[in-house]
Write a protein that binds this ligand. Structure first.
Ligand code: ZN
Length: 88
C-alpha cells in the first residue's frame, strides 16, 4: 500500500465521476480513489453557494482529481478548475 499523502504533489487527474467505483451504496457521491484504491473522494461543494465543484482530493493519498462530468448524481457541477489545463 502507498503512504498516506503520497500523491499530494502529483498533477491533477482528470476523471469521470460516473466511471469511478462508488465507495458504498449509501452515497451517490463518494468514490473509491482510483490512484490508491484506499482513500475516498467525497465530492466538494462551494462554501457559499453549496454547488458541487469539479475539484476533489483523496482523503488518503492526497491525489487531486478534476471531474469532467457536467452533472454528478443529477446535480450540475461548477467548473472551478479548467479541465483543459489539467493534464492526464
Ligand atoms: Zn487516493
Amino acid at each position: 500500500m502507498i503512504e498516506r499523502g503520497a500523491n499530494i504533489k502529483k498533477l491533477p487527474l482528470l476523471v469521470r465521476h460516473t466511471d469511478l467505483e462508488r465507495f458504498s451504496t449509501e452515497s451517490a457521491y463518494r468514490s473509491r480513489c482510483p490512484e490508491c484504491n484506499t482513500g475516498i473522494l467525497l465530492v466538494n461543494r462551494d462554501q457559499v453557494t453549496f454547488s458541487l465543484i469539479n475539484v476533489d482530493r483523496c482523503t488518503y493519498c492526497g491525489q487531486l482529481v478534476v471531474y469532467t462530468d457536467k452533472f454528478i448524481a443529477g446535480e450540475p457541477v461548477l467548473d472551478i478548475h479548467s479541465t483543459k489545463s489539467a493534464s492526464k
